[in-house]
Design a protein around this ligand. Structure first.
Ligand code: SF4
Ligand code: SF4
Length: 466
């Protein structure tokens, strides 16, 4: 392999076209640990949406109903500030982790790396063989062998992608519901079916072919990490002091460093970079080059760690401190957010009520009640959210009684049968109560046993203007 020009990526040729990589398959200390960890993460990902407690999915992101259940704690659409605490907390946690351990997310936990390494590359190895064989197959003209190997590989990729996408949708649709949906014909759930197809196509394209290009070109997190890191952050780096000058015909034997210029680290790199050129944005800290170089060092009977987890300051022989002021700032903000979230959750009202005008119908309906008088109908939805289901019996009433306004609900007295409960409310009225086609009335939600008004809200009745 020739020395890589620093101005150009290994994954592009001089005309800017994609050069497909065939990274070497490496075994070693870090690879073993990463593989175990990837399997653990995939297991969590696949199993988590199937955990039900008290008949309710433990993690569910129900966007149409605006109910987000995270490890059993329920958030609703109107809990925006609480969801903000959660999202901001996640960003700060990532910033804190990155400030100390660098791009550990990319190498150890990013779904892109985890799925590609643990599933897609494995399928590839199984069918097309080792890196050299894969490269030879790629270069070879089309033949029966190439056709069946490629077909089988992409078929297995498709199966894996379908499985990943269905599990992902389970977090949003609910796994039980999704299971029954999969037994129906696509025409009964076109929207979901098309979402599934599009996502499968994206996953297939990305994990099967695009791969490291996503990390290099598209991933915003890679850029964000550069901001959160400093010279004390942990990186995968080559120890120039020990490695240089590398072995070459020009270097006298007694001056040679530990690097024998075998290029094994470059061939193992899934993003195609040469870590000996220094820390680069394309490095996803996957540790493949560490294992590759350690293998060489072992053969040469030299100490391992020519490429290792270290920091810029440590390499420069400077005093290192893992926790920098910025790490303390991230940690402090994270603590403040956690306390704020905990406090807000404990203060959150047990019962929250929202009243919406039904959007499915026109603003009002005309009801012919008698020959002489025409009545009008408005339809509302009273949405009740509670952190727990109680035995309380409720009623919904009009605050100010008026013989010309009649309220109808299917169940005059009701209990909440779920934590997210909806009651349809119909209000019938005659035209003469309106002023310029409108009238405000107040609905009240009452706890019948304690005769206590729990919530009241003005709603607008709408009828004909003239
Ligand atoms: S340089 Fe090493 S750690 Fe970075 S992406 Fe390449 S193999 Fe992984
Ligand atoms: S694997 Fe190690 S010895 Fe070989 S080129 Fe890379 S750094 Fe040098």
């Amino acid at each position: 392999m020739s020395e890589l020009p620093e101005s150009r990526l290994q994954t592009t040729d001089e005309r800017g076209n994609r050069v497909y990589l065939f990274p070497e398959d490496i075994k070693g200390f870090w690879k073993t640990r990463r593989t175990y960890f990837y399997h653990f993460l995939i297991f969590i990902y696949l199993v988590l949406p199937w955990i039900y407690i008290d008949g309710r999915q433990w993690v569910l992101l129900d966007i149409p109903r605006r109910v987000f259940r995270i490890f059993g704690v329920e958030f609703y659409g109107h809990d925006g500030p609480l969801l903000f605490f959660l999202a901001a907390g996640f960003v700060l946690l990532m910033a804190f982790i990155t400030s100390i351990w660098g791009r550990v997310w990319c190498g150890w936990a990013c779904p892109q790396t985890v799925f590609i390494d643990a599933i897609y590359r494995r399928i590839e190895r199984l069918i097309e063989g080792k890196a050299r064989a894969r490269k030879a197959l790629d270069k070879a003209p089309w033949s029966f062998e190439k056709a069946w190997k490629r077909s089988l590989k992409w078929f297995l990729y498709l199966v894996a992608s379908l499985h990943i996408v269905h599990s992902f949708l389970g977090y949003f649709v609910g796994t039980h519901k999704l299971f029954w949906i999969t037994l129906e014909t696509p025409s009964e759930n076109w929207g979901l079916f098309m979402t599934m197809l599009i996502m499968t196509a994206i996953i297939l394209f990305d994990f099967g072919w695009f791969r490291e290009q996503f990390c290099i070109i598209a991933c915003p997190y890679g850029r964000f990490q550069s901001v959160a890191m400093d010279d004390n952050s942990m990186i995968v780096a080559y120890d120039k002091n020990r490695g240089e000058p590398r072995r070459s015909k020009q270097t006298p034997k007694d001056q040679e460093g530990s690097c024998i210029d075998c290029n094994r680290c470059v061939k193992a790199c899934p993003t195609g970079i040469d870590i000996r050129n220094g820390t680069q944005l394309e490095c996803i800290a996957c540790t493949m080059c560490i294992d590759a170089c350690d293998e060489i060092m072992e053969k040469l009977k030299q100490p391992k760690g020519l490429i290792r987890y270290t920091s810029e300051n440590e390499l420069a022989g400077k005093k290192i401190s893992k926790l920098q002021p910025r790490s303390f700032i991230y940690l402090g903000l994270l603590l403040i957010l956690s306390i704020a979230l905990y406090y807000s959750l404990s203060l959150r009202q047990n019962l929250q009520v929202q009243i919406f005008k039904s959007s499915k119908e026109s603003a009002y309906q005309v009801i012919k009640s008698s020959k002489s008088e025409t009545k009008y109908l408005n339809h509302f939805r009273v949405k009740m959210f509670s952190t727990q289901i109680s035995e309380t019996i409720y009623s919904i009433e009009l605050k100010d009684k008026n013989s010309k306004i009649k309220l109808t609900i299917p169940e005059p007295h009701f209990k909440m049968r779920s934590k997210n409960f909806e009651v349809p409310v119909f209000i019938e009225f005659s035209k003469d109560i309106l002023f310029q086609g409108e009238r405000m009335v107040t609905l009240v939600l009452r706890d019948i046993e304690n005769n206590e008004i729990l919530h009241e809200k003005e709603v607008r009745l709408v009828g004909p203007f003239n």
